[in-house]
Design a protein around this ligand. Structure first.
Ligand SMILES: Cc1cc2nc3c(=O)[nH]c(=O)nc-3n(C[C@H](O)[C@H](O)[C@H](O)COP(=O)(O)O)c2cc1C
Length: 489
């Protein structure tokens, strides 16, 4: 078979191909071959690279004129799809505006129709052309638009939507809505609507921390505006980090699904505890022992359970991702705090222990920063064991009906998971290989976006294929719902 030269494709197509290849666990060449074969079978003659490129675009749906987008062949979409939902997306003028492009795509993949209003400032960051191409609709920018205002366009825009989403929500847009301003199309639509509104703020940490923004956030919360994020992390501006980073597009999608209550609710009335992230065990006031857990898998599971209607209580260690929408999140740092928070949340119908809890902590964390003293050498840390939260709940007098543990191992994965199942009183263990040899993505399982797990229970071992962490979460939530069906409330 002739070889395929990926570098001949333009960057946009290459990027789409890269994503699809990763999703389908194929090389880019293999993915291109599969798509070309499909294209050749049905639509085009051989050897027509320009048509193939066009077909690739169409197959990946970015340029399709249809609304909404159909899932590309072979692509697994998570449940809770937004089929038939109409989202009015307001894009504000912040650096995170580029993420709104991915958000449009993610929403349309799930079946939503997306109509977009852009502020004048937003158009300094991204173009109406790319937004229009992705949303497959006219992009609205003007309040006094001769074509639109004959039927009071700003009212119509809000009337024809099920939900308004502001992403990125600038400090300015928050201030305008909190104070009732309506001097452009975005702010007028926001104040004229009777539909739910979700804001995804994004701004410099100092803008987010400013008392004026804090006041506006509190006012908007009282007015019933929903929020997702912001998260902590690196800002696009160099040398800036802190709270203010816009929630990732998939987190915003999860928040939208939760708000629209899309999909079935088999977990309605069930209280579920989830732990997520690492723990930080202090050595002194500035140093701690941590691990590489990002919280992505645990947070995705919490969000997936909430989408199925569960009352989710998430106990999260220190992470840089946003609290999942529709979930009550309790933030802790140390293993002992995590244990106390979990025990206070009992009784519950189920508890899912995803957090990577430190096995040990320094026996005495110093009250002051430990100083280097010439001639004294390095300090010796005596470690003591941390509480085993999973085993504690697995054998607790108020043990939930379903207890699930996670086992992150670098060797003897199955043997360790089976031993953990017996020792900890869990119903099943979700085992994942976090070694460098796991073959999952350049960043591996810990911190990365993909996972390959095995479900280890008394009944045996079930292998799941490699998926995104969101897909693992959706499938696990469905499994938990199935298990809880047979448990009396
Ligand atoms: C380079 C640059 C980046 C900006 N990033 C943000 C941001 O991330 N968040 C924000 O609230 N404002 C940001 N601003 C300021 C807004 O663009 C400005 O307040 C504008 O008036 C917002 O208009 P809008 O709310 O109508 O979109 C930025 C400005 C510039 C010049």
């Amino acid at each position: 078979m002739a070889s395929i030269t990926i570098r001949n494709l333009d960057d946009e197509v290459k990027e789409l191909l890269r994503r699809l290849a990763a999703e389908n666990n194929r090389s880019m060449e293999e993915q291109a071959r599969v798509m070309i074969r499909a294209a050749v079978d049905g639509q085009i003659g051989p050897g027509r690279i320009d048509q193939i490129e066009r077909t690739l675009r169409e197959l990946t749906s970015t340029h399709s004129a249809a609304t909404p987008v159909a899932a590309p062949a072979g692509k697994i979409l998570p449940p809770g799809m937004l089929s038939g939902k109409r989202i009015l997306l307001i894009i504000g003028g912040g650096i995170a505006a580029y993420k709104a492009l991915d958000l449009i795509r993610r929403l349309r993949e799930r079946g939503a129709a997306v109509r977009v209003v852009m502020t004048a400032a937003a158009q300094e960051f991204i173009t109406t052309l790319s937004v229009g191409a992705l949303s497959a609709d006219h992009v609205y920018t003007e309040l006094f638009d001769r074509n639109d205002e004959h039927d009071v366009g700003h009212i119509r825009l809000s009337r024809e939507a099920d939900l308004l989403v502001v992403a990125p929500a600038t400090a300015d847009l928050m201030a305008k809505l909190a104070n009732g301003h309506a001097n452009d199309l975005a702010s007028t639509v926001l104040i004229a609507t009777d539909k739910p509104v979700l804001m995804a703020p994004a701004m410099n940490p100092r803008m987010w921390a400013h008392p004026a923004t804090r006041r506006n956030r509190a006012t908007l919360g009282k007015d019933g505006i929903g929020f997702v994020g912001p998260a902590r992390g690196e800002m696009a501006e160099s040398n800036e980090a802190g709270e203010g980073r816009m929630a990732e597009p998939l987190e915003i999608v999860a928040a939208i699904e939760a708000l629209l209550e899309a999909g079935p609710k088999p977990l309605a009335g069930r209280k579920i505890i989830v732990t997520s992230g690492p723990t930080h065990e202090p050595i002194d006031p500035v140093r701690y022992i941590a691990n590489r857990s990002s919280g992505k898998q645990g947070h995705a599971i919490a969000a997936a359970l909430a989408r199925l209607g569960a009352d989710v209580r998430l106990v999260s260690g220190p992470v840089s991702i946003a609290d999942p929408a529709g979930v009550k999140t309790i933030h802790v740092e140390r293993a002992q705090e995590m244990r106390d928070a979990v025990e206070q949340l009992l009784p519950a119908d189920a508890a899912i222990f995803v957090a990577a809890v430190a096995d040990w902590r320094s026996e005495n964390s110093a009250g002051e920063k430990i100083k280097k003293v010439a001639g004294e050498g390095p300090p010796v840390l005596r470690m003591v064991e941390n509480p085993d939260i999973l085993a504690g709940v697995g054998h607790h007098s108020q043990r939930p009906g379903l207890v699930v543990g996670f086992a992150a191992e670098t060797q003897d994965l199955l043997r360790n998971a089976e031993a953990k199942l017996k020792k900890k009183g869990a119903d099943f263990i979700v085992a994942n290989d976090v070694s460098h040899e796991s073959g999952i993505g350049p960043s591996g399982v810990m911190g990365g976006d993909r996972n390959r797990v095995r479900i280890v229970s008394k009944a045996g071992v079930e292998e799941w294929p490699e998926m995104t962490k969101d897909q693992v979460a959706a499938r696990l939530a469905a499994l938990i719902a199935e298990r809880l069906k047979t448990t009396v409330v």
